[in-house]
Ligand binder design. Structure first.
Ligand code: TXA
Ligand code: MG
Length: 342
């Protein structure tokens, strides 16, 4: 099929594609999504085919305003309203009990559903115009880094989806934060555009799921099914190096071979002559790193690098989300650069 490229003047056409059961690339503030009507099981089934996504990995339902929550969820706790009030529209997904009308294919048979109201106004406008909640995973082929521009999404999806609505580059660059509100205490399943500190300012203590920071053990089942798959991975193997930025940079400079790829903070880019260097942004600015991480990982695939080294930020604020994406891209192959080691 020919994938049509739409812009903001063509919202009605984009909405018609969703209503007719088609697949639409949608811009959000986090990453581009691969959307279909969340009430149309067949259309949602085609999302899984286009991505090559395992059937047991549920999708997030996107809604244009918090008042739609009650149509698709039940037993909504006060914490959900408090979070919606503070962070919606925005990069936050809440896992809640689902209403019966949400198709099984969306939730992969779970009795919960991930709900998100995106901050990108074009995204909310097209969903409201379609009049249906939009089920959408990130718009990459399963396993690849998520797309943060329409061009990146077309690298994976050209010819596989009906159209893409170009809303410009994504402002956040990593996916939404996922918080599960169905248990005794709120649990962070995936760090993202809303920080753990921001969540805790509303909720008090939030448990961080082990899958955020560690490799799952053989046979272990994560609470967000998607956390068990290898993710965001460029073709070449990635090694993440943690520690103070000057130390991780020195470690990589001492160990990288000529021709390797290096993903580093801007301040250290000059230390790797002979390597293919991609910049994450300033070591001081994890928000900037979040905007660059996926594009940089993708660009290595167009180069002959045999190995990639990545400097990793500390896990405060948005650093937790950036570190999580890098660690997953590396299959949790992490080296701690300590004093004197370099
Ligand atoms: O920012 C985002 O959230 C983007 C944009 C397009 O909105 N979407 C996104 O979707 O990242 P996806 O499918 O790539 O990642 C969703 C993650 C998966 O790990 C999935 O397993 C988890 O959310 N998830 C979805 N529904 C869930 C549920 N009911 N319970 C637990 N985890 C869930
Ligand atoms: Mg994804």
């Amino acid at each position: 099929m020919d994938t049509i490229r739409l812009d903001e003047s063509q919202i009605a056409q984009a909405a018609a594609i969703l209503r007719a059961g088609g697949l639409l690339g949608i811009p959000t503030e986090t990453v581009y999504g691969l959307g279909a009507s969340g009430l149309d099981s067949e259309a949602v089934g085609r999302i899984f085919q286009a991505k090559g996504r395992p059937q047991d990995n549920p999708l997030i339902l996107h809604i244009p305003s918090a008042d739609w929550l009650e149509k698709y969820c039940k037993g909504i706790p006060p914490a959900a309203y408090a979070l919606a009030e503070r962070f919606w529209p925005g990069p936050l997904t809440m896992v809640l009990r689902r209403a019966e009308m949400v198709p099984d294919v969306v939730t992969a048979g779970l009795d919960t559903v991930g709900m998100r109201c995106p901050a990108h106004s074009l995204c909310r406008t097209v969903i409201a115009a379609a009049g249906v909640p939009v089920a959408a995973p990130s718009g990459n082929t399963s396993g690849r880094p998520s797309p943060t521009t329409a061009e990146e999404m077309l690298q994976d999806m050209d010819g596989k989806i009906d159209a893409i609505l170009d809303g410009g580059p994504c402002a956040v660059g990593v996916e939404s934060t996922i918080v599960d509100l169905t248990g005794e205490t709120p649990r962070l399943l995936r760090p993202g555009g809303i920080t753990l500190e921001q969540l805790e300012s509303v909720l008090g203590h939030v448990t961080v799921d082990a899958a955020v920071t560690e490799q799952l053990k053989e046979g272990e089942r994560p609470r967000a099914p998607g956390m068990k798959y290898r993710h965001y991975a460029p073709k070449a193997p990635v090694t993440v190096v943690t520690g103070e930025p000057a130390q991780s940079a020195a470690y990589i400079a001492a160990h990288a071979c000529a021709g390797d790829g290096v993903l580093c903070f801007d301040e250290y880019a000059h230390l790797f002559p002979g390597c293919t260097v991609e910049r994450l942004g300033s070591a001081e600015r994890p928000e900037e790193q979040a905007r660059h991480v996926f594009g940089a990982l993708r660009r290595f695939d167009g180069t002959p690098v045999a190995a990639i080294w990545a400097q990793c930020p500390h896990s405060e604020g948005m650093g937790l989300a950036v570190a999580n994406r890098l660690n997953k891209a590396a299959g949790f192959h992490i080296i701690h650069a300590g004093e004197g080691e370099a």
